[in-house]
Design a protein around this ligand. Sequence first.
Ligand SMILES: [Zn+2]
Length: 51
Amino acid sequence: MGKKREIPLEIDDHFKLFGKEPWEVDYGEKCAICNVRIDEYGFCSCGSGGE
Ligand SMILES: [Zn+2]
């Protein structure tokens, strides 16, 4: 705690969606389709989750 909030909460969609900031999410392997890392919720840019 005590970390400076860099994104105003009102526009921080990631925080509203996941309850934590992007840099606090644990990322796993990259998606084979969009080449974006899949986060701990199984989401990536294309939404396939690597399927
Ligand atoms: Zn993807």
